[in-house]
Ligand binder design. Structure first.
Ligand code: MN
Length: 319
């Protein structure tokens, strides 16, 4: 039996299904979570709930449900877009009767009893569309909209290499449903004025090393000055990649505790092994890490310099 068929069997077996995703959700995490919930409701008439913290700036995607602990007793839990257990939003997932993981990140933890991981998929949303098509499930306009959001989010609106021909075929399929793709694209790039101004600060203070590593360090004081919190900075992470000569980059944001949250990106060399060495992980071209102080931040910048140097030496330069 294929894993997809096995997942369908489990869905049919339970009347309550609770869907989790990772903390600090991005559009793929939310689009997959809410899209899969819709898909299951519409095809199997089950009670499906989506849990986790609510992010105001992504509320256009959808809202979370509030549920009590006892609802987990007879429930199937599906965790999407999350490679490791500590990153699962709402630890009550452990109370579920059976746990399924569906993900596209390189595997870290096998926290589920049944899992489907495809690292060649651009996004978990892409996996859900493939699942729905292969299992001949009915897809509504709203489900299509949610899964479209996930794919657009994780491909950087088709900017990254992960937008493969397979991804684009799925996009063509989703675009046949009734929703405005343009409206979604605008919703995903629209930010409040104070965050647009923080973006200005980030670019004004961007440093670029001779090796083509760009970085910007944002202190708590600066965040306060722009009335921003760390979550806001995630929408600015792609910016340094638009600057000529930049190969890979990091945005380092000081947290109230004094540590630095590091968002690392690349257009060439893989950088996830660097993230792994600094309390993080992720994809080869997009990772996250934590640095305990500015020293460790500069350590990471040095390591980025090294991979950029090796990359240039190989003679593959991104135009
Ligand atoms: Mn994802």
């Amino acid at each position: 039996m294929t894993v997809f068929k096995h997942i369908i069997e489990k869905i049919q077996h339970y009347s309550t299904i609770i869907i989790h995703r990772h903390v600090k959700p991005d559009p793929d995490a939310l689009g997959t979570q809410l899209g899969l919930a819709q898909l299951i409701r519409e095809n199997f008439k089950k009670d499906v709930y989506c849990v986790g913290s609510q992010l105001d700036e992504l509320s256009f995607i959808g809202r979370m449900d509030t549920i009590s602990d006892d609802m987990y007793q007879q429930a199937l839990v599906i965790i999407v877009d999350t490679a490791n257990a500590p990153r699962i939003d709402d630890s009550r997932y452990q109370l579920g009767q059976f746990i399924i993981k569906i993900d596209h990140h390189p595997e870290v933890d096998n926290y589920a009893q049944l899992q489907y991981v495809d690292t060649s998929a651009s996004s978990t949303s892409e996996i859900i569309v493939a699942f729905a098509k292969e299992m001949s499930l009915t897809i509504s306009d709203d489900t299509a909209r949610l899964l479209y959001i996930g794919i657009v989010g994780d491909t950087g609106r088709f900017l990254y290499e992960n937008a493969t021909p397979k991804t684009m075929a799925i996009i063509a399929f989703l675009r046949q449903f009734k929703f405005s793709a343009s409206k979604i694209h605008y919703q995903m790039i629209t930010k409040p004025l104070h965050i647009a101004k923080l973006n200005g600060y980030l670019l004004q203070h961007l440093e670029i090393t001779p090796q083509g590593v760009a970085y910007s360090i944002i202190s708590q004081d600066i965040l306060k000055k722009f009335a921003a919190i760390d979550e806001h900075t995630s929408s600015l992470v792609a910016q340094p990649g638009t600057v000529e000569g930049v190969i890979c980059w990091g945005i380092f944001v000081e947290q109230p505790s004094g540590i630095y949250r590091c968002r690392l990106r690349s257009k060439g060399p893989a950088i996830h092994h660097i993230a792994k060495q600094h309390d993080g992980g992720g994809h080869p071209m997009a990772s996250g890490a934590n640095a305990k102080d500015l020293n460790e931040v500069h350590c990471i910048i040095n390591e980025l310099n090294q991979v950029a140097t090796q990359y240039i030496a190989k003679g593959v330069i991104h135009e």
